[in-house]
Write a protein that binds this ligand. Sequence first.
Ligand SMILES: [Fe+2]
Ligand SMILES: [Fe+2]
Length: 205
Amino acid sequence: MMALVFEKSKASKKIKWLKTSTSQSWLDQAIAHPLEILIDHANCERKAAGAAIQMMFRYIGEPGLAEVLSPLAREELEHFERVLEILKSRGRYLEPLEAPPYGSLLAKSIRKEEPLRMLDSFLVAGLIEARSHERMALLSLHSPDQELRALYAELLHSEARHFCLYWTLAEERFDKSATLTRLNELAEVESKILSEIHHEPRMHS
Ligand SMILES: [Fe+2]
Ligand SMILES: [Fe+2]
């Protein structure tokens, strides 16, 4: 089962998820506030696990879904624990930071009726993974903090695998061209949300 998933994931790497690249101003903002980004990052990992579990519970009878989403949720919780460990080593802890509008605006784009809701849920989750991957890659290269560069470099490979998994979940269940069209639409929304930088430094500001 996993071999099949990884084989398909290789092909799905060719899918272009993001419409626009992250701006220099986001990177400058993130580098200037490393601990706030780290706390927000811990929250993102926790939310990624929650989103996977929520989908698994919503579509409990859907064959092949729990086998993918359960290990994915576990992996996100491992990331969460990894980030928490570094936060604690730096004398900080989790804080309920004000969330940027990114997640809630993307969630609003998910259509209400099934099975379109399922398709959109996979694609939105994949887009968030793709953006996280892109931003972690930037931080792994440009953060002046060696420990943080190593952390992001370590995590970003899993995030790349995650957006491939969400693509595979969509591709296995929906018409390929309708899926691509919808991905295109949602990717436009995603880029538009990020076109104005949020005033607070966040992973998805
Ligand atoms: Fe993660
Ligand atoms: Fe992820």
